[in-house]
Design a protein around this ligand. Structure first.
Ligand code: ARG
Length: 483
């Protein structure tokens, strides 16, 4: 009897070939939606009872049955029957536990609006977790930045040394990008923040339901407007996958900086023994596998995003079974995100910047050529004129096989008399970085302001995450019905 529900009517009846059932089952994946499914059903049965659409005694039995499923799952003792999906498995297990009263649970509901609801609840929960992880990561980046204010290294354009920056500025740049990813997840939160439950299979119900009270119980801000739209809508899932992919692509780019910086060619970074991997053949290797894998994982994330786009593309309006294929890309992305963010934070704790090596990359002075030009501008010389004068100076140093910083005042004055001792002092790298105080610059004052602004944005992001209802909290509240 345990399979009474799905293996009869809902999945196609007793005639359904077992291979077709196996092929069409999503239980292995959507088992991950169990909490969401139980919460949705708890809110639904409470509404049905309030509206007197089902006998109170049946509702009470269903309520306690669903609560017992949740509690067994929390203890790790719940086994679900082999059904087509988590929704049918829950209903079948409920039937096994409480018998006939379970039959009223699906009143005025379809799996089409049920799965849309579960997925929205899942997406909301996952956005909160991700926002919290991003918040934690950004907090750590800002601490690294604080500690790196007096360390200078080159910033790169075209992977060629460009200008000196502080290490604080480098860390802050990643924090700024991550906070933008946080904003993308906040957008996803808004997109997912509508109650789908109650539109039924596609066109609503003739029964006197009250979607508003279900909305309230599940902590959504709005109701979906139109059932035909609702059951075929996976926009929030696409938005989640896009935000996730963009975040992972960013982690990959940060990883590339660290992979490069940890190579002998750069030498800016030493990887701690806890994260450096070896080689099976070359005994000297300390490889940045962790960062390479972080970069690699964004590849399969892009696959998940384009995969779901391709699934949705060309579908007619309304529900189509194709949509079940959202489960793989979506649910796996949650796991991937949490793993990547957590491992990155561990990796960064085991990265040590080498201030001497970073500074050495700036010592020949060429990266301060723009500073020389700006020093001339400060004397009233037009920028293009100053730029050309510095260009001549750079060429002259190169012809004499001397680093720019090693030219004497006399040698410089020979190229152009406007280069005097005071102008040439700007070649010192730390001071060169410290004086770029335009808003958004690497200067000491500018970076201090950035760190304040970034910390404020991180706090706002965390506050937003904390304002979202969580599954465990919703369950505790719903459990209070029929005490
Ligand atoms: N397992 C299905 C899914 O996740 C549930 C909806 C099935 N609806 C249907 N009409 N067969 O999409």
């Amino acid at each position: 009897m345990s399979s009474v529900v799905a293996k009869t009517d809902a999945a196609g009846g007793a005639t359904l070939h077992p291979q077709v059932l196996a092929f069409s089952s999503s239980l292995k994946l959507d088992r991950a939606l169990l909490k969401e499914d139980l919460i949705g059903s708890l809110a639904h049965i409470a509404m049905l009872a309030r509206q007197q659409l089902v006998p109170q005694a049946d509702a009470r039995a269903i309520h306690h049955g669903l609560v017992s499923l949740w509690e067994d799952a929390a203890k790790g003792t719940l086994t679900l029957p082999d059904e087509e999906d988590v929704h049918m498995a829950v209903e079948a297990e409920l039937h096994r536990r409480i018998g006939a009263p379970s039959q009223v649970l699906h009143t005025a509901r379809s799996r089409n609006d049920q799965v849309a609801t579960d997925l929205r609840l899942w997406t909301r929960e996952q956005c909160v977790r991700t926002l919290e992880s991003i918040g934690g990561l950004v907090g750590e980046l800002l601490q690294y930045a604080e500690a790196g204010r007096a360390v200078v290294l080159p910033a790169y354009t075209h992977r060629q040394r460009a200008q000196p920056i502080s290490l604080a500025y480098w860390w802050a740049s990643w924090a700024a990008g991550l906070l933008r990813d946080g904003e993308a997840f906040r957008f996803v939160l808004e997109q997912a923040d509508t109650l789908a439950l109650g539109v039924g299979a596609i066109s609503g119900t003739s029964l006197a339901t009250d979607r508003e009270s279900v909305r309230e119980a599940l902590g959504f801000s709005r109701l979906t407007e139109n059932g035909l739209d609702t059951v075929g809508d996976r926009d929030f899932a696409l938005d989640f996958l896009y935000a996730s992919t963009r975040l992972l692509v960013r982690l990959g780019r940060l990883s590339t900086d660290l992979i490069d910086f940890s190579s002998k060619e750069f030498g800016f970074v030493t990887l701690g023994a806890e994260i450096a991997c070896g080689s099976s053949m070359m005994p000297h290797k300390r490889n940045p596998d962790l960062f390479e894998l972080l970069r690699g994982k964004s590849g399969s994330a892009i696959g998940a995003l384009t995969g779901l786009l391709a699934t949705v593309k060309g579908l007619p309006g309304g529900y189509n079974r194709d949509l079940q294929e959202d489960r793989g890309p979506l649910l796996e992305m949650g796991v991937r995100l949490e793993e990547c963010l957590s491992v990155l934070r561990l990796g960064l704790k085991n990265v040590r910047f080498e201030p001497e090596a970073c500074r050495a990359a700036l010592e020949d002075g060429s990266t301060q050529a723009t500073d020389l030009a700006e020093a001339l501008v400060k004397k009233g010389i037009a920028f293009r004129d100053a730029y050309q004068a510095v260009g001549r100076l750079v060429r002259s140093a190169r012809e004499q096989n001397l680093p720019l910083a090693k030219l004497t005042v006399e040698q410089a004055a020979q190229v152009d008399p406007r280069f005097d001792a005071k102008v040439l002092t700007v070649l010192e790298p730390l001071a060169a970085a410290a004086r770029k105080n335009s808003a958004g610059g690497t200067g000491e004052l500018a970076i201090a302001q950035q760190l304040v602004n970034l910390a404020q944005s991180a706090a706002a992001m965390r506050a937003r995450a904390q304002s979202v209802p969580r599954l465990d909290g919703l369950f505790s509240k719903l459990k209070e019905n029929w005490k």
